[in-house]
Design a protein around this ligand. Structure first.
Ligand SMILES: [Fe+2]
Length: 380
């Protein structure tokens, strides 16, 4: 997103809302071998790009540390500087999950990911909307899906994981998704002069799609969700074998992972952030009731979030835009990347303004009375 909907929250807490401008494994298909070298594990990939690769890595759970971050947006020099400043020695045995929106251009994306692969033992990636923008590309991509293919090939070449994988007893499952307007099922706030989705969300201009995909219905969301089917056998294997499973996506799987409309400077934000297909996919993996072993990491809205809903822990740890960082949103970025797992267990819940708010206040989407900071904005 490139438009920021920022607001001063009750209690003096500063928070920014971005009004999204926008983005079995069959024996033959499982073809990754694992070797150990100098006490570090190495994965050798064999087979075609689309073959599912599954590796059982014999690391002790206690030795594994998992860090997460989303929305790196390294098109901003400040954010690229942050990536460069990540310790080159502290994370050499660690895993990093990058939940989308790395950079707008292919060149900046590959530069960022190559830096990260030098700092972490394993880097996982799932695409965000900004990653698929074509508007500033020097390369001649046919459309955003063509660019996605190029990004995934680059990940393969850099050793970045974009497919499900087991490390130790942990299962990692990247889930592809895209936002669709019908994700928003809550009552609209009317009577305000709010910009249209097309004005606010740059995805409608900066992405390009083939004729059969439309960004104003759910065809894109269905298309991206169907991509996850390619790894169905591997996901089943992970479900059978892993003690704990971390799924991750760029987009938001549930409406209740975003503040209610009356709290938002752009009340229509929920129409451009999430996918109901994604939540169904998450539940097909973690189960309808979830478990203490289930965690889903997401991004996109730039709201830090850490909440357990219906038995699954949902976490967002965004770097976000420099202007959002300056407002000390999400507690600044000294805590990033967020250490989600270490010493054989998930970390304690991280405090964030909105997930803390909803841990003690019910969500009341039928209440359409604008929050004071929103009312003040629209009165202007
Ligand atoms: Fe995004």
């Amino acid at each position: 997103m490139s438009t920021l909907w920022s607001c001063q929250m009750v209690g003096g807490s500063s928070l920014s809302l971005k009004g999204v401008l926008y983005s079995s494994q069959s024996a033959s298909s499982l073809s990754r071998e694992l070797t150990w070298k100098n006490s570090r594990c190495r994965i050798n990939r064999v087979g075609t790009r689309n073959s599912r690769i599954f590796a059982s890595m014999h690391r002790k759970m206690e030795d594994i540390r998992v860090f997460v971050v989303s929305d790196l947006h390294t098109d901003y020099a400040e954010n690229m500087a942050w990536v460069n400043c990540i310790s080159s020695t502290s994370h050499q045995d660690d895993i990093l999950l990058v939940a989308g929106d790395v950079a707008e251009t292919y060149d900046r994306f590959t530069l960022t990911m190559s830096i990260l692969t030098n700092k972490f033992k394993h880097v996982f990636y799932v695409p965000g909307n900004h990653d698929l923008w074509c508007r500033k590309e020097k390369k001649d991509f046919l459309d955003s899906l063509d660019k996605l293919d190029a990004l995934l090939r680059a990940c393969d070449e850099l050793g970045v994981e974009s497919r499900p994988l087991i490390i130790g007893n942990l299962g990692f499952i990247p889930l592809f998704s895209w936002h669709h307007e019908s994700f928003d099922t809550e009552q609209d706030i009317t009577g305000l002069r709010v910009p249209s989705l097309k004005m606010v969300c740059k995805d409608f201009h900066a992405c390009r799609w083939s004729a059969e995909l439309c960004d104003r219905d759910d065809s894109l969301a269905r298309h991206f969700d169907a991509m996850n089917e390619r790894h169905a056998h591997t996901i089943q294997e992970i479900q059978r074998k892993c003690e704990k499973v971390i799924t991750f996506s760029h987009f938001v799987p549930r409406l209740d992972l975003c503040p209610e409309k009356r709290m938002l400077f752009y009340p229509n934000l929920p129409k451009i952030i999430g996918s109901s297909f994604l939540e169904a996919r998450i539940r097909s993996i973690h189960g309808a009731e979830g478990s203490k072993a289930a965690c889903h990491v997401f991004g996109h809205t730039h709201f830090g979030w850490d909440a357990t809903l219906d038995g699954i822990r949902y976490v967002q740890a965004p770097l976000a835009y420099p202007r959002e960082q300056k407002r000390n949103m999400n507690g600044g970025h000294g805590w990033l990347p967020f250490n989600l797992y270490s010493d054989g267990r998930f970390s304690e819940r991280q405090q964030f303004y909105w997930s803390d708010y909803y841990s003690v206040n019910s969500r009341t989407p039928d209440n359409l009375e604008l929050a004071p900071w929103v009312a003040k904005l629209y009165k202007r």
